[in-house]
Design a protein around this ligand. Structure first.
Ligand code: SAH
Ligand code: SF4
Ligand code: F3S
Length: 473
């Protein structure tokens, strides 16, 4: 059994007291100090950064996106692939100059990358100007850790407990605003796919309480958000740790029955837990958009087994077919890994075949990246980088052909779209269809945040163009 405790009310009150203290100190300054929060990785990390910004706002900070101007820089990192780590480290490297030009600037690193011991060691050795490093389980302690960091001559602070996880609620959140709101429903992951670092850096699955989620959803709708994005590493296992009758389809139905003009999306779904009940709920609930991100990772059964995914290529195909039978218009998107240790040419061919058969609306293709401490990193890996890259390129070409055809099939159709932002040029807008297609169209910016009907007039591999039909949707 995982060892998960709830953070006590006293502990949270202590953090609030720190926030009040810092707010008072900052209010006495001639100008509010400025913070820059830079985020890598997935939407969960974006949601965590919104919590960091929420706490910073309570502590009297303003915000900037200029590292030169910032009094405090917080880099929220990702560890999912080597590339994500290198990018964050490269940018942190560049901050040594910024800090030299702005004495007194504080630099903090947090998130999944620094939850790993070897990465904290690297930062200790190679990035002496980083003042504060805190792991994923310390997020709620950020006020206390920041206050210590700001004390004169305090020295550097490194905190990252290796625990299964803690539950807490009620920290402030500062959302980016606009049309879309992230709503985390759970954290952590119990699946231990053999290639993946997430369960090690995010701890065990913790579902948030249904009451809190529903109250937050209601508030988001009242506040005018139009798209509520439910987040979790595997939303389909929502509720399993709560011991009540609540599960993810239940949650979808509860949120979907709220009054108001909004839609619901969610991410990510693990195929092994994507049940018929989930698809039936999606089909039956008008507020739930018809899109599912259902990563398949490999089309070969031996590789899937080595990955510890808990399904076969055939089971995956059946689930996708079931979803499409219920919802002929549903968009299915996916993730796939090329070059898992020992994956042979024939095994890769099974992945290619699955991509050609299932026909994903969009596919995120990743080259396998060994992660320290995961079982896959210890497996023999005889294939060269060049061989893997060549397969990757073939897979990409196959998917691009599928994507182009799938996109072209939308031309001439009229969809209800959510206008979610302004385009690059004046008079241009961006929108999303229920299938989560990116759509460019022309119209006045006052339309942002409204649902409209739009006729699709053109397509590329990545986006559609459309014109408004004039009617409100
Ligand atoms: N919880 C989600 C995935 C989160 S990570 C799920 O299971 O669907 C996002 C994607 O990164 C994964 O779907 C996988 O395709 C990819 N990924 C994870 N670990 C990886 C690794 N070590 N190398 C390459 N890609 C990886
Ligand atoms: Fe990683 Fe698998 Fe968990 Fe997804 S389900 S986060 S791939 S371990
Ligand atoms: Fe990266 Fe952590 Fe998300 S490893 S993908 S930021 S859960």
């Amino acid at each position: 059994m995982p060892n998960i405790r709830s953070v006590t009310e006293e502990e949270l009150a202590a953090q609030r007291a720190v926030m009040d203290r810092l707010a008072e100190a900052n209010a006495a300054l001639p100008a509010a100090p400025l913070a820059w929060v830079d985020t890598y990785g997935c939407q969960q990390n974006e949601a965590d950064s919104e919590m960091i910004r929420g706490m910073l706002r309570e502590m009297g900070y303003g915000f900037t996106e200029s590292e030169a101007e910032a009094d405090l820089i917080v880099v929220n990192t990702c560890a999912v692939r080597g590339h994500a780590e290198l990018r964050a480290l490269g940018n942190v490297g560049a901050l040594s100059h910024t800090k030299r030009a702005k004495p007194g600037q504080k630099i903090a690193l947090c998130g999944c990358m620094v939850q790993q011991e070897h990465m904290r060691e690297k930062i200790r050795q190679s990035f002496p100007y980083v003042d504060l490093v805190f792991g994923t389980h310390e997020l709620w302690r950020f006020p206390e850790l920041l206050e210590k960091t700001l004390l004169p001559h305090r020295g550097r602070i490194f905190e990252a407990r290796q625990i299964d996880g803690e539950r807490y609620e009620g920290l402030p959140v500062l959302r980016a605003g606009g049309v879309r709101a992230w709503l985390p429903i759970m954290s952590g992951c119990n699946n231990f796919c053999s290639y993946c670092i997430v369960p090690y850096v995010r701890g065990r699955e913790r579902s948030r309480s249904p009451e809190t989620i529903l109250a937050e959803a209601r508030k988001l709708i009242e506040d005018g958000y139009k798209e509520i994005y439910l987040l979790g590493q595997n939303v389909n296992s929502y509720g399993k740790d709560l011991g009540g009758g609540e599960d993810f389809p239940w949650l979808l139905r509860e949120i979907g029955s709220m009054e108001g003009e909004y839609v619901i999306r969610f991410m990510t779904s693990h195929p092994k837990d994507a049940t018929e009940r989930l698809f039936e709920t999606m089909a039956g609930c008008g507020k739930v958009e018809k899109h599912i991100h259902l990563p398949f990772q490999s089309g070969n059964d031996r590789v899937l087994k080595e990955m510890n995914r808990g399904y076969t290529g055939e089971i995956y195909r059946q689930k996708a077919a079931f979803a499409r039978k219920l919802m002929p218009d549903i968009a299915i998107t996916s993730d796939v890994i090329v070059g898992f240790p020992g994956e042979t040419e024939e095994e890769f061919a099974d992945t290619l075949r699955l991509v050609e058969e299932v026909r994903f609306d969009m596919l995120f293709t990743f080259l396998y990246s060994p992660r320290v401490g995961t079982p896959a990193a210890a497996m023999p890996d005889p294939f060269t980088k060049e061989e893997k890259q060549a397969r990757f390129d073939r897979l990409l070409a196959a998917q691009n052909a599928v994507s182009a055809e799938m996109q072209a099939a939308h031309v001439g159709k009229t969809y209800r779209v959510l206008i979610d932002g302004e385009g690059d040029k004046p008079g241009q807008l961006t929108a999303r269809s229920s299938h989560n297609r990116l759509i460019h169209l022309e119209g006045d910016k006052s339309l942002v945040g409204s649902f409209r009907n739009a006729r699709i007039t053109g397509s590329t591999t990545w986006s559609l163009s459309a014109e408004l039909t004039g009617e409100e949707a």
